[in-house]
Design a protein around this ligand. Structure first.
Ligand code: NAD
Length: 245
């Protein structure tokens, strides 16, 4: 594998998806024909699903919490944390993953654009609530809620929901993400199908002269937007591909 050198003036923006956690035993949903751990996404990861059956949604995320607590960061997570240590402020990581394996591997300059599995918030807080918004902030939460009666309540009376960006909701930290992409000389995308927007369009927001590299076992849906595709598992490719000069 020909190594890619990251020069002293370069800035790297990384986007990761579910594939980067696959080698830690957390399943992606593209690999299972549109199901996430046996569930239709519409039944567990949309505002409509929450309105229809909040306990079912919480049972799903409670199980994801259990699974993530048992999982360990893999070589891909650790390689990206090492790259951050080498590049410092010239490195930025945006993950679509809701698990905490990147931070457990040591990543610090990262955002979770689709929210965090181990955070919860009032259902009336966050963007899109207008004049009726609750001002309560998201909080760290490892609890399991598996019935309607078990779902905790905010002081305002709202139910506590996962701090997750469901399909149809607005991703988080988009201003920061746009700023970081605009400065990047290398965009590295790993383990994401290129089918979930807006993340799939980030590669097109990079400056025209930026290198745009994809790593994963199969070509993503937006393969044509990359300058280089490296086929392989993130945990096998990432430790070998880059040298920081
Ligand atoms: P996806 O399920 O749509 O696609 C996964 C991609 O990973 C596929 O392209 C597949 O080829 C690739 N892949 C599989 N094994 C890999 C490996 N070892 N190394 C590198 N790549 C590998 O995932 P997505 O594009 O991230 O979109 C799914 C959405 O669902 C995300 O927004 C995320 O919020 C959510 N999700 C999160 C998790 C998690 O937090 N661990 C898991 C499943 C889904």
């Amino acid at each position: 594998m020909k190594r890619i050198r990251i020069g002293p003036e370069e800035r790297v923006f990384v986007l990761t998806g579910a594939g980067v956690s696959a080698e830690s035993g957390l399943k992606t949903f593209r690999d299972q024909g549109g199901l996430w751990e046996g569930h239709r996404v519409e039944d567990v990861a949309t505002p409509e699903a929450w309105a229809e059956n909040a306990a079912r949604v919480w049972r799903f995320y409670s199980q994801r919490r259990r699974d993530a607590l048992k999982a360990e960061p893999n070589v891909a997570h650790r390689s990206l944390a090492a790259m951050e240590r080498a590049l410092g402020e010239r490195f930025f990581l945006c993950t679509q993953n809701v698990d905490d394996l990147h931070e457990r591997a040591g990543s610090r300059r990262l955002v979770h654009m689709h929210g965090e599995l181990f955070a919860s918030r009032c259902e009336f807080s966050g963007a899109g609530m207008g004049a009726f918004a609750c001002a309560a902030k998201p909080f760290h939460d490892e609890a399991l809620y598996e019935s309607d009666a078990a779902i905790a309540r905010c002081a305002c009376g709202g139910r506590i929901r996962p701090h997750i960006v469901w399909f149809g909701e607005t991703p988080l930290k988009m201003n920061r993400i746009e700023r970081e992409i605009a400065q990047a000389t290398t965009m590295l995308v790993a383990g994401t199908s290129g089918a979930v927007y807006p993340a799939a369009s980030f590669v097109n927001w990079a400056e025209p002269q930026a290198r745009r590299i994809y790593i994963g076992p199969e070509e993503p849906a937006n393969a044509g937007s990359f300058t280089q595709i490296v086929l392989g598992k993130a945990g096998e490719v990432l430790p070998e591909l880059f040298e920081v000069g």
